[in-house]
Design a protein around this ligand. Structure first.
Ligand SMILES: *Cc1c(COP(=O)(O)O)cnc(C)c1O
Length: 518
């Protein structure tokens, strides 16, 4: 068994657990998040040597450095399965350089065209391998059902990641009428033997609240354990098995920039990340800790700018904030859950401080970090926010200047990078979605329409696929990835609509589990 074990950010768990248990548990007891006791170090030349390997082996090398309790054979199988030909390029996440010092890390070449694939192709394989390891050790009897509430992107990426994975089934709930045509069809046409999708009457909040109540229902947990031998689990971004795969692409990107002669070995870069739950940018921070020459991390927000305000003031305050509708919905966030891990690291792993701040957040909807922590935060991060209009204008500007289409999330990051960068340090911008996932707003951007303006009738009547085809033709920015382009031709498989109450969700879960076993 490995020596690198997992402790929790609130200091509740007295016994550190191995990687496999951290993956299966997801959240630590007491609500804290797992982090490894030891963050590995790699020299710059070890990092640059990653460029000689195919991506799957780059990932395996990094996981090995974290000393996970899986065998080399298991790790190889996980990585080759996760980063294979379900991606549309051997590079997995290629870099497109807009000029000598602006590099776009394209994290959306996976099966659902969103960056969530980078982690959610790997997590399910970690999950089923870890479950097998624990079963072999006699520490686990149950199989698992993953229950996900989604506002769009996560649900599809989770379905695709967990489809046909041994010992796991997955159910996804999305708000009825609350996702785009493309997102709806991506989920409703999902293939796989172990998957189920429900539309929930209500909004995303209703879905999420419903899911949380089901997770908190001990009687229900006991019931499905006895009837089906199933334990519920979630696939959200607080799972270490979802975070670690994200560290790989920052190390890999640095190696690639050096191998391609775009950066001299050892020279620093800045990294700019469009941020919501803080998972992606935290992975960049860990890549820096491991040894990647990253100078600063730029945290990019949309109009839901709680993180930008936090990094600029040291106060995280959602007591008086309302949710704003933006063209970059995957960054619309109030509580940014992975920030907890970041604060744990910045305080030198002071679990008591974290527990206090999280309690403050719970009771007063706000917390303020101490001066020393604020100083450390400012040394690592800079932050800026972009309003809706500027986001759309940026898509148009970059297309006109470089002939390259950004999705609205990446456009926020690009603008922030332009605002914060120094001329002599190259910037790597994390690009988190293919533009065709958000075709409506890309159309608005290119035509100079604002977010609230309705599309012209002849465009509004198009399906998402048809609109993307039109955009691809007009801009020459094709082809649209096959998984998105062919959605209109695939049969709708899931049509069930349920209420967002605990009873309705639990009933739906039970009939799905019954059908799975029957
Ligand atoms: C999830 C997501 C983000 C936010 O990433 P975090 O890791 O939650 O900060 C940004 N852009 C897109 C397209 C996403 O799907």
């Amino acid at each position: 068994m490995s020596d690198n074990r997992y402790i929790d950010t609130r200091g509740v768990c007295t016994q550190p657990v191995p990687f496999t248990e951290a993956v299966i548990d997801g959240l630590a007891e007491g609500g804290g998040l797992y982090v490894p006791e030891r963050i590995p170090s790699l020299s710059v030349s070890e990092i640059c040597a990653l460029a000689e390997l195919p991506y799957a082996q780059r990932a395996a090398r990094v996981y090995r450095a974290f000393d996970v309790d899986l065998t080399d054979e298991q790790l190889t199988a996980v990585c080759e399965g996760a980063y294979g030909d379900q991606f549309d390029t051997d590079a997995i996440c290629p870099i497109t350089s807009l000029d000598d010092s602006t590099h776009i890390l394209e994290l959306w070449h996976g099966p659902t065209s969103a960056f969530k694939d980078m982690a959610l192709q790997c997590l399910p394989r970690f999950f089923s391998t870890s479950a097998q390891v624990l079963r072999d050790r006699g520490q686990l009897d149950d199989h698992h059902m993953i229950l996900v509430a989604t506002s769009g992107d996560t649900g599809k990426a989770a379905l695709e990641g967990f489809r046909d994975v041994d010992g796991v089934s997955i159910g996804v709930m999305y708000p009825e009428g609350g996702v785009s045509d493309i997102q709806y069809k991506q989920m409703a046409t999902q293939g796989g033997k172990n998957v189920q999708v429900w539309a929930v009457r209500g909004n995303f909040d209703d879905c999420q609240t419903g899911a949380k109540r089901v997770f908190g229902d001990a009687t229900f947990a006991k019931d499905i354990h006895e009837r089906f031998g199933i334990a519920l689990s979630s696939a959200n971004s607080i799972n270490w098995g979802r975070l670690m795969p994200q560290i790989v692409y920052y190390l890999s990107a640095y190696a690639q920039l050096v191998a391609d002669g775009k950066v001299a070995q050892g020279d620093p870069i800045d990294v700019c990340v469009p941020t919501g739950n803080f998972g992606n940018i935290l992975a960049a921070y860990y890549a820096k800790r491991i040894g990647a020459p990253i100078r600063q991390l730029f945290c990019a927000s949309n109009e839901n700018r709680v993180l930008t305000d936090f990094i600029n003031t040291g106060t995280y305050d959602i007591s008086n904030r309302t949710f704003v509708k933006t063209p970059s919905p995957s960054m619309d966030i109030l509580v940014s859950s992975n920030l907890e891990r970041q604060l744990f690291e910045l305080t030198g792993r002071d679990a008591q401080a974290i527990a206090g701040w999280m309690a403050d957040l719970n009771s007063t909807r706000a917390f303020r970090v101490d001066r020393e922590t604020f100083g450390k935060l400012r040394a690592e991060f800079r932050a800026d926010a972009v309003d809706n209009e500027t986001c759309l204008a940026t898509i148009k500007e970059v297309f006109e200047k470089h002939g390259y289409l950004l999705d609205p999330h990446t456009a926020v990051a690009y603008r922030v990078a332009e605002n914060l960068r120094d001329d002599d340090v190259p910037v790597l911008v994390a690009s988190t979605a293919h533009w065709a996932k958000f075709g409506n707003n890309v159309y608005r951007a290119l035509e100079g329409l604002s977010l609230d303006e309705s599309l012209p009738d002849e465009v509004a009547k198009l399906t998402g696929c048809q609109l993307n085809a039109l955009l691809a033709e007009r801009t020459g920015a094709g082809p649209v990835p096959a998984g998105l382009a062919e959605l209109d031709d695939r049969p709708i498989r899931f049509t069930e609509v349920i209420d967002g109450t605990v009873d309705a969700i639990e009933n739906a879960v039970c009939s799905f589990l019954g059908a799975q076993q029957g």
